[in-house]
Unconditional design. Structure first.
Ligand SMILES: [Zn+2]
Length: 446
């Protein structure tokens, strides 16, 4: 009977959760590492432990408890505070509330924290498969935090819109593997839950926003660190020419962290590379001269027929946007380069500069994605977004008014937001006075 009540409670919580946040995603964590052991502790909220599909432990996994998960040939071996519960095909840590944060400590890998549920199975006796089942927008905030730096919330709003568009286009990328995305750059980096209110603010402000082409279809939204002053045409980097991925002048990317680079390459190595790998006759003075004085006042795609993308890969260059000179003393080849990344689509540092100049976020998106526009999902409740923005802004203002204030875990800003979300999910009338009272109650419970 007690179990039934618990399952019912979880079902009700999930019903409310899903109603306001239409989509959840499954993201494989630590996908770039072999995980030989995982230790889980609980930073906020209470979790239930499921083995295969049955409840193993009632919702009582919270602060002070630690779960150890080890891969075996038969599945995952589970212990809670050193008490062994056995080995199961799949183990799930299920959040019983919207305010739940897990702390993951894999052996030999840096600790991370995540919201939502955790589904763990074993690839084999040496490697765990760890999946975070999480609210879509919560995932996006984590991606934004991993993918871009900056201070103004519009920077995060733009990155969130790009990442949401990418994610919605690529939901099935890992379908065959049983999840939506990995947490690595193969999909989008998702290295932790979002811990910054300003990043959460930008993400929430962009709720329901995607980038579409002139036919209203979601566009491909590649981005890179810095264009070096001019972005690249999609067909010069990949195969397909896309109407919204055109090369544009981008002075906003100049004089930023990744604007310029240089690389010294021994002259013989440079010439031999083109002679051996690309069969160019470097004995010919005209060929040699071109290879040693190649210049790009504007971006080019090839050097003597050799794709610059190939040269970039083979010499591990930051970009294809470089000019060749010779060092007068050593005689070495000197590459003077601009930008960092493939150069197609949005330049992140150009975006940071444009936001600092006060250029609007939709103008920035249109600058980098030719002819594209922002589509807003009308099913997203504006009241819901506005309430969130109000609450986060309050938290940011409070933090700014008290710089250096040491915050306890119980004081976590996300915890406050969770409670706002929880109440809004129940469609109660938004009332700031009531929220203060509830916050006090919550503190007493702790
Ligand atoms: Zn992936």
């Amino acid at each position: 009977m007690k179990y039934l009540k618990v399952i019912l409670l979880i079902a009700i919580l999930f019903f409310f959760d899903c109603k306001a946040n239409a989509t959840r995603v499954k993201v494989r964590l630590f996908s770039n590492n072999n995980i030989e052991a995982l230790y889980v502790s609980f930073d906020l909220g209470v979790y239930a432990l499921f083995a295969n599909d049955s409840l193993l432990l009632e919702p009582e996994l919270g602060e002070g408890l630690s779960v150890e998960l080890l891969p075996t040939a038969l599945g995952v071996c589970v212990s809670v505070n050193n008490y062994n519960y056995g080995t199961f095909r799949q183990v799930t840590l299920q959040a019983t509330d919207t305010a739940c944060i897990l702390c993951l400590n894999p052996r030999g890998v840096k600790q991370r924290t995540y919201e939502g549920n955790l589904i763990v199975s074993a690839f084999d006796s040496k490697n765990l498969r760890i999946i975070n089942d999480v609210d879509f927008e919560t995932y996006l905030a984590g991606v934004v935090q991993s993918e871009i730096y900056g201070k103004q919330s519009d920077i995060f709003r733009i990155q969130a819109t790009i990442s949401r568009t990418w994610a919605l286009r690529n939901m099935g990328k890992h379908r065959a593997d049983g999840f939506n995305f990995c947490d690595y750059v193969h999909c989008q980096a998702y290295q932790n839950r979002c811990v910054r209110p300003d990043i959460m603010l930008g993400t929430i402000q962009s709720a329901g926003e995607t980038i579409v082409d002139t036919n209203g279809n979601l566009i491909d939204t590649p981005f890179h660190s810095n264009s070096g002053g001019q972005t690249a045409n999609s067909e010069d980097v990949w195969r397909t020419a896309l109407p919204y991925l055109r090369s544009v002048q981008d002075t906003f990317s100049l004089r930023m962290r990744q604007s310029d680079w240089t690389k010294v390459i021994p002259r013989d190595k440079w010439l031999n590379y083109f002679a051996k790998t690309h069969k160019l006759n470097t004995q010919d003075s005209e060929v040699r001269n071109t290879l040693l004085t190649f210049a790009q006042p504007e971006r080019k795609a090839k050097i003597l027929g050799v794709p610059l993308t190939r040269v970039r890969t083979d010499f591990n260059l930051k970009s294809t946007f470089f000019t060749v000179t010779t060092d007068s003393k050593s005689g070495d080849v000197l590459l003077l380069g601009h930008g960092y990344g493939h150069g197609v689509g949005l330049s992140q540092e150009g975006t940071i500069r444009m936001v600092s100049l006060g250029i609007s976020y939709d103008s920035i998106i249109r600058h980098y994605y030719t002819g594209a526009s922002i589509h807003r999902d009308e099913n997203i409740s504006q009241r819901y977004v506005d309430n969130f923005v109000t609450e986060i802004t309050k938290i940011i203002d409070e933090d700014n008014a008290n710089p250096g204030r040491v915050k306890s875990k119980k004081d976590d800003w996300l915890g406050k937001l969770f409670r706002v979300r929880d109440r809004m999910d129940r469609e109660e009338e938004y009332d700031p006075t009531k929220q203060e009272l509830e916050s006090d109650d919550f503190k007493i419970e702790w």
